[in-house]
Design a binder for this molecule. Structure first.
Ligand code: AMP
Length: 172
């Protein structure tokens, strides 16, 4: 029997601010069987795309991304908020509801031609994932797929990722 991953996603109203229905994945990753099943499903989609690397952003992207990379036998790249990475970086800026934010990766983290799965827990408006895809391509890598545990389809984040292979395990 396949476990219903959706049953382990907790809705938290008005977090981090009023009007946002936050999809909390902590119950999912805190349950051994459900966490393993989520990684199994992420790996099943990723494996035929033959990734060399998985790229995830802090903080929940690290949790799923590192486990997925290990399962695939791929490397893991951390995308971080500006100023967190110790060595030379490249940066991409993306729009938020109010203002902008940025992510950085080390400039030597992706070899030319490397195939990269871009992963996050939630696809919302798509701005974050688009910025990560831009970082991969600026460093000469190939986006092998954009992968999410949860997709908020009503926000049309896929439109930001046009031209990429996009997949999510759970849709709302
Ligand atoms: P976006 O750039 O709008 O696609 O936002 C994606 C990022 O914000 C992801 O890293 C998510 O973890 C987080 N995020 C956005 N909306 C939600 C939500 N409703 N519940 C949980 N996380 C969210």
């Amino acid at each position: 029997m396949t476990l219903d991953l959706r049953s382990k996603i907790r809705d938290v109203p008005d977090f981090p601010k009023k009007g946002i229905l936050f999809k909390d994945v902590m119950p999912l990753i805190g349950d051994a069987a459900y966490f393993a099943e989520s990684i199994r499903q992420l790996a099943e989609w990723s494996r035929p795309r033959e990734p060399d690397l998985v790229l995830g952003a802090e903080a929940r992207g690290f949790i799923f991304g590192a486990a997925l990379a290990y399962d695939l036998g791929a490397g893991f790249i951390a995308a971080r908020k500006p100023g967190k990475l110790p060595w030379e970086t490249v940066e991409a800026t993306y729009a938020l509801e109010y203002g902008t934010d940025s992510l950085e990766v080390h400039r030597d983290s992706i070899a030319a031609g490397a195939r990269v799965i871009v992963l996050d827990d939630v696809l919302a408006t798509g701005g974050t994932a688009k910025a990560k895809c831009e970082l991969v391509e600026r460093l000469g890598g190939i986006v092998a797929g954009a992968l999410f545990v949860i997709e908020l389809t009503f926000l049309n984040g896929r439109e930001q990722l046009a031209g990429h292979d996009v997949h999510s395990l759970i849709q709302y």
